[in-house]
Design a protein around this ligand. Structure first.
Ligand SMILES: [Zn+2]
Length: 111
């Protein structure tokens, strides 16, 4: 199994096998990164993978899982911006079961 040396921010250089690395790549941006769990401190580290590193890692057998940006980023936003008062009102609303139930009913009847 191919050995790789990675750097844990806490412990410094550690040796892992290629199977200990997990990669992912964004379909829309091409941004690639890999992660590993330190064998000493058990902390997960994530590292960006520049094109050269990506090529080396994929050549060594790491599968980069494809992922997409959230669809919400493409949503057209309109309407009022939520402010602190709205959050406080919402907080108070969800703390009172009767008010919350009434709000849900009101919401369902407007849609
Ligand atoms: Zn560590």
């Amino acid at each position: 199994m191919t050995q790789v040396r990675v750097t844990c921010p806490q412990c410094g250089d550690i040796d892992l096998t290629i199977a200990d690395l997990r990669g992912r790549i964004c379909i829309e941006t091409g941004h690639a990164e890999y992660r590993f769990t330190c064998t000493s401190c058990k902390m997960i580290s994530v590292r960006e993978s520049d094109p050269k590193t990506f090529e080396i890692l994929t050549g060594a057998g790491i599968h980069f899982e494809p992922w997409h940006l959230p669809a919400e980023l493409k949503e057209i936003r309109n309407g009022l911006v939520i402010c602190h008062d709205d959050l406080i009102e919402f907080h108070n609303l969800v703390h009172n079961e009767t008010d919350f139930a009434n709000a849900i009913v009101a919401l369902e009847t407007t849609n």
